[in-house]
Design a protein around this ligand. Sequence first.
Ligand code: GDD
Length: 418
Amino acid sequence: MSSKCVILVGGGTRGTRFRPLSLDIPKVLFPVAGRPILSHALSALAAVSSIKEVLLIGFYDDSVFKDFLTESAREFPGLSIKYLREYRALGTAGGLYHFRDAILKGNPYRLFVIHADVCCSFPLEEMLKMFEDKEAKAVILGTRVDVASASNFGCIVSEPTTKKVLHYVEKPETYISNLINGGVYLFDRSIFDVIGAARTARLEDSLAMVEEQLGEDDGDDVTETLRLEQDILVRLAQADGFYVYETRGFWRQIKTAGSAVPANSLYLQKLFQTDIDAPGLARASAQIVPPVFIDPTASVDPTAKLGPNVSIGPRARVGPGARIKEAILLEDTEVKHDACVLYSILARGVKVGAWARVEGSPITPAQHSTVVLKNGVRVQSVAILASGVSVKDEVRIENCVVLPHKDITSDVENEIIM
Ligand code: GDD
């Protein structure tokens, strides 16, 4: 019996928190651990034998995914991967309902729905097993976060032994649980009945509202836009058959540009632990502290010291004596001799001069924010240099976000440079 997967990829008007990196490349195609964010989810899906088709649903222009789809067809020959474009943002459940005929074509037995911006171990087989064991209608991936971060996510209260979801609240104002929605779901076909019922309820509400407001008819907007969290999961929790699979594997959300750095570390560590001979993974040595990914077209001087958790992109050049740690260098970047790049992202074509220093601050793996307190001031933990930025020799940049094509000629700290 075949299963399908929908990946919710969002669109260009969202993902603004990923600026300035999303000015060049949509967030979901940004490379972490040497490949686009979306490819990590596709790899996990390709490993599940029952999944034959993946539908990316979003509101980006079709051209955005053209090359990615061609490359993915080559990389994942067992998967049929298509992009379906919403005519506007329909919400996390609106697109599912709008494209229900395409999704249900071929009569899939199970439907995974994945948020494109989660970085995790994707325990899909475990979720399928729970689905069968519990004879469930829906299974949600849950993960524990620190109590202070919980209200930034959907929160789940479950029955401790059966794992039945009792209560779901999206981004609650007061604390209810630190077991949160991990952005991966498994449904059976009855999900479309639940979405249909939620849509009807919204239509009735909006008609009542229109009557009250005497003719301000925005009914279309209200009913086509549906939120999986508030409109659907809350309903599922009130009925039987909704369970949570609590993962003990790694989990992060990729929201801000800086969050690409912890995601890069987590995916590199996973690769290093599961496939030490994977193409691009550098061997440990006095100069390489694994895991480090180096694109085959990059050139790294043997006296440069790299790692841990470093990805070096196509045609990047790293000079003698340079030091790079917890960082992503995209294509055509250059780090000259004796420069230092720590907790940072260098976008396409960035040049860092000799003896210069580009530096962010460490964040703990459990921390779900990329903001740190420095001398009592909230600053971006990761230094981000957007495409085409150049840093003069011997200049120091600390906890800054630099917008495209700026020349930095003197030391800067804790600033957004426009
Ligand atoms: N196709 C489509 N259309 N996708 C969308 C739309 C839309 O209108 N709106 C959002 N998405 C996609 C985003 O690209 C992202 O992959 C995912 O849906 C969720 O995005 P948000 O709506 O921004 O929600 P969030 O990230 O603040 O919180 C959600 O995800 C958390 C886990 O990562 C919620 O589901 C939380 O409960 C959850 O904890």
